[in-house]
Design a protein around this ligand. Structure first.
Ligand SMILES: NC(=O)c1ccc[n+]([C@@H]2O[C@H](COP(=O)([O-])OP(=O)(O)OC[C@H]3O[C@@H](n4cnc5c(N)ncnc54)[C@H](OP(=O)(O)O)[C@@H]3O)[C@@H](O)[C@H]2O)c1
Length: 160
């Protein structure tokens, strides 16, 4: 879908998080996340929603859950089909921001991914899904290191 993107930071073994927390906190990468998603719609699973220290300002929060929950100022979907239908009929841009369960179900629909690949490995309980690298064109847009850990950021654009 042309207006559906994904953004994630992953370890060497595709680690995403543990105990509903992030594994790395790289300031430049967190700034990139903010700049990229600002004034956009952000789509997340309910675990990721509760993992946020606070709501992210100036972004429309969209949360996926099977439960009947009320979350202030948040659009809630109870299944992927309804969410996709909503995105498809909108002219706005949507960023899938996690976590593991939501990436796994939406990766096949995104047209672009911003993946920060961190050259480190940590114990995790949430992992980015496997996907076919050949489905995408790849471009490294940034590389750096933070506290002796190297990382690089790639844009994956789905081949037409
Ligand atoms: N490194 C990164 O870039 C990054 C980004 C985001 C998150 N994370 C990490 O990822 C971890 C969280 O991932 P997670 O997989 O545990 O949780 P998640 O994907 O954030 O949320 C999963 C929950 O979403 C709901 N859900 C999933 N699929 C659904 C569907 N088809 N229909 C309706 N509801 C659905 C369910 O909630 P109900 O039980 O309420 O139905 C499910 O338990 C945390 O450690 C977090 O820090 C890392």
């Amino acid at each position: 879908m042309d207006n559906l993107y994904l953004i994630a930071a992953i370890g060497q073994n595709k680690e995403l998080g543990k105990d509903n927390n992030l594994l790395w906190h790289i300031p430049e990468d967190l700034r990139f996340f903010k700049e990229t998603t600002l004034n956009k719609n952000i789509i997340m699973g309910v675990n990721t929603y509760y993992s946020l220290p606070k709501r992210l300002p100036n972004r429309k929060h969209i949360v996926i859950t099977h439960q009947n929950r009320y979350l202030e100022d948040t659009l809630i979907f109870h299944n992927i089909a309804d969410l996709l239908n909503y995105c498809e009929t909108s002219r706005e841009e949507f960023y899938v921001i996690g976590g593991a369960k939501i990436y796994a179900q939406l990766i096949e629909y995104v047209s672009k991914m911003y993946l920060t690949k961190i050259a480190d490995s940590k114990e995790a309980d949430a992992y980015f899904p496997d996907f076919n690298e050949n489905d995408f064109l790849k471009e490294v847009i940034y590389s750096d290191e933070y506290e002796d850990i190297q990382y690089k950021r790639l844009i994956y654009t789905r081949k037409k």
